[in-house]
Design a protein around this ligand. Structure first.
Ligand SMILES: *Cc1c(COP(=O)(O)O)cnc(C)c1O
Length: 426
């Protein structure tokens, strides 16, 4: 157990990432109310779709209830484009494997299972903490029939887009890009959300800007945008009665929620600047400790959604994680994510472990997992020891953590957090 520090806890909790409102959100919500467009139709929806296209550079954006809904319809659409419309009562990916980012939030990969497909997890690289193009190429060698790849940009840092895209193009695979965490981030000057055949963004409460909930499907293809819009409104056909030829969903964004998103958009760049300042302050403040901040490549400009750190291997005290709890043994000069997170929590601030890789999750443990050095199975240490395969995702999970990154945190408050982290290494 963490023994605590002398430092007084913050009166108001410092969150990992919480909504930051500006007032204009209320104006657009009220407009929805006063014009009685209290529905999944209305001016706010049209406007946020337009703003999204302008911001990201895509031709079409379809406003949906969540980023998960956007990913679901993107993945279903990719499945239908590749394998045709499924028979009644069947998913679009049945009998098919799909290569997926491994170190991500489960919403990236669950839609593959919604559609009856089987996710094959691709290990992570150390340079950006995203899907490793080398492991992806390896996966195509092992499973040459796969034609769909779902990739995410973790914590707002763009992955190795050119390399990943080159591997996908070589094998004729479609790409679904999960830009839920990376709205506003650019790779070689181009916004994330522009690299997949289909992409998804999110306006969940903890994201860089929020609608309280909400998401968007992005594409450059008009027909695809129309299909997704139709699916998202119960797949109603053009008839006087409710006529249905295919599966539908109630996935459209509410016009009230769209009002919140509309009010937030003008502040996206301000939020990114605040998050960047937080990242830089941590980087400076933690200097000299045996740690590194989450990596950034020169050609990318992240949105700095979350600041993270990873301990050097030699600075790790013993830490053991079960399914739901963790223990560690304190050691002078060393620390571990569990200790640091307890220390942060003791002053009423919120950090979080790195997103636990999908191949280590109980529900996905039997899925295949491909590392750059070989085909690994589901967090199998035995396999990894036998083959010398390196499980990079498991390693980052073991040594890394997300730091309080709320843009309303003051620099004084952040300094206190930095002090508390430094104390863990004393
Ligand atoms: C938040 C998130 C999602 C899901 O978005 P929701 O709007 O919460 O449904 C998907 N993928 C990643 C990587 C996310 O962080």
């Amino acid at each position: 157990m963490f023994k605590g520090t002398e430092i007084k806890p913050f009166e108001n909790k410092i969150w990992l990432a919480s909504p930051t409102m500006h007032g204009e959100e209320l104006k657009y919500m009220q407009e929805a109310y006063e014009t009685n467009w209290m529905s999944t139709v209305g001016a706010n929806i049209n406007e946020v779709e337009k703003i999204t296209c302008e911001k990201i550079g895509c031709s079409y954006a379809v406003a949906l209830a969540s980023g998960t809904a956007a990913l679901h319809l993107a993945i279903k659409l990719a499945g239908e484009r590749l394998y045709g419309q499924p028979k009644a009562n069947h998913g679009a990916l049945e009998g098919h494997k799909v290569f997926c980012s491994d170190m991500t939030f489960d919403a990236t990969v669950n839609p593959v299972a919604y559609e009856g497909g089987e996710a094959v997890f691709i290990d992570t690289e150390y340079d950006t903490w995203n899907m490793d193009p080398v492991a992806l190429e390896k996966a195509f060698e092992i499973y040459p029939d796969v034609t769909l790849v779902v990739m995410a940009h973790l914590y707002g840092t763009p992955g190795k887009v050119d390399e990943l895209r080159a591997v996908c193009d070589k094998h004729g695979a479609l790409v679904v890009e999960d830009a839920a965490e990376s709205l506003g981030a650019t790779y070689k000057g181009v916004q994330t959300g522009m690299f997949g055949d289909y992409a998804a963004i999110s306006f969940n409460g903890n994201k860089i800007i929020t609608g309280s909930s909400g998401g968007m499907f992005l594409t450059n293809n008009k027909e695809d945008a129309n299909i997704v819009r139709k699916w998202s409104t119960q797949s109603r056909e053009d008839a006087a009665w409710y006529q249905h030829e295919e599966m539908g969903y109630n996935y459209r964004m509410s016009n009230v929620i769209a009002g919140v998103v509309r009010g937030q958009y003008p502040y996206l760049e301000e939020h990114i600047a605040q998050k960047k300042a937080i990242y830089e302050r941590y980087k400076e403040g933690l200097k000299g400790l045996p740690i590194k901040m989450n990596p950034i490549e020169d050609y990318a400009e992240p949105n700095y959604w979350l600041s993270c750190m990873i301990l050097d291997k030699h600075a790790m005290c013993k830490q053991v994680r079960g399914e739901k709890d963790a223990l560690y043994i304190t050691e002078s000069g060393k620390s571990c994510p569990t200790e640091i997170l307890e220390a942060i929590a003791s002053i009423n601030a919120e950090g979080r472990p790195i997103w636990k890789p999908m191949h280590m999750q109980p529900m996905y443990r039997t899925n295949a997992f491909v590392t750059a050095s070989g085909n690994g199975r589901a967090g199998s240490n035995a396999y990894i020891q036998e083959t010398g395969a390196v499980d990079i995702g498991a390693d980052i999970f073991e040594r890394g953590l997300c730091l309080p990154s709320d843009n309303k945190m003051t620099s004084e408050q952040q300094d206190v957090i930095i002090t508390v982290i430094r104390k863990c290494f004393e």
